[in-house]
Ligand binder design. Structure first.
Ligand SMILES: C[S@@+](CC[C@H](N)C(=O)[O-])C[C@H]1O[C@@H](n2cnc3c(N)ncnc32)[C@H](O)[C@@H]1O
Length: 229
């Protein structure tokens, strides 16, 4: 009997972490009460091939934030506010999500979408390099969320880890990088990004101050909780 065809049989240099049928099943379980603006944001991502986290990971981010009663979140790489929608909804009316984004054109879109969703007053949107914006922002965070260009992942981890409160979370998207991190041979989309993600993952998992886990949903979401004294 022949082996079943894997979804990546034509492309052995990547693996899809979760079977698409399982992700479709998970999608089917999500409740349809989220704000209709999400569908507009998803349609724009589809049209422009823009890498938003998508609804499964969005719901996961919001759940993580609610679990630790997060009130202050810093996002590294906010795009036009899709992941920020989930955090803003989770932190509540008294909470704050500080977005950082290199492309100034995304600020206007984020404002339009998140105002429609009634969440803009929980957002502080900073245009510029996330590293610089973070350095200029004082205080500790309940969550630092990393979704910038992947070559910068180790640097972002190094700057974020000391600014997370005990019991708070460091979250990073795309840490499985379509499975390339698990392969000996792969085709890199951008030179060095797979190695940077692997180095980042090693650093997070080896840090004695954090407990870490990778949720393989979509492209892999790493969650690391800072231990309490
Ligand atoms: C994967 S997208 C973010 C998607 C967003 N988190 C979401 O799910 O809706 C990455 C975004 O980060 C921005 N970006 C990449 N590297 C950055 C950096 N070092 N500083 C600021 N923005 C960055 C890009 O312009 C892009 O909009």
């Amino acid at each position: 009997m022949s082996e079943p065809q894997s979804p990546t049989a034509n492309n052995p240099s990547v693996l899809i972490p979760v079977n698409p049928a399982i992700e479709a099943y998970q999608h089917g379980l999500l409740h349809p009460t989220d704000h209709p603006v999400l569908a507009d944001m998803e349609a724009l991502a589809e049209k422009n091939n823009f890498p938003i986290v998508g609804r499964l990971v969005g719901a996961f981010l919001a759940t993580q934030a609610k679990m630790i009663v997060a009130k202050r979140v810093f996002e590294f790489g906010s795009g036009y506010g899709y992941s920020a929608y989930w955090f803003a909804q989770a932190v509540g009316a008294q909470g704050q999500v500080i977005c950082s984004e290199a492309d100034f054109l995304n600020q206007e879109k984020a404002q339009m979408y998140l105002s429609t969703a009634g969440l803009w007053d929980r957002i502080e949107f900073k245009v510029g390099m996330a590293q610089e914006q973070f350095a200029k922002t004082e205080g500790l965070f309940d969550i630092c969320y990393n979704d910038v260009d992947k070559g910068d992942y180790p640097d972002i981890w190094q700057m974020a880890k000391d600014r997370i409160r005990p019991g708070g979370l460091y979250i990073a998207d795309n840490v499985l990088w379509r499975g390339r991190v698990a392969l000996e041979q792969y085709t890199d989309v951008f030179s060095g990004w797979t190695e940077a993600i692997k180095e980042h993952n090693r650093q997070v998992f080896n840090d004695p101050e954090f407990d870490a886990f990778i949720n393989p949903t979509r492209d892999g979401v790493l969650v690391a909780r800072k231990k309490t004294p």
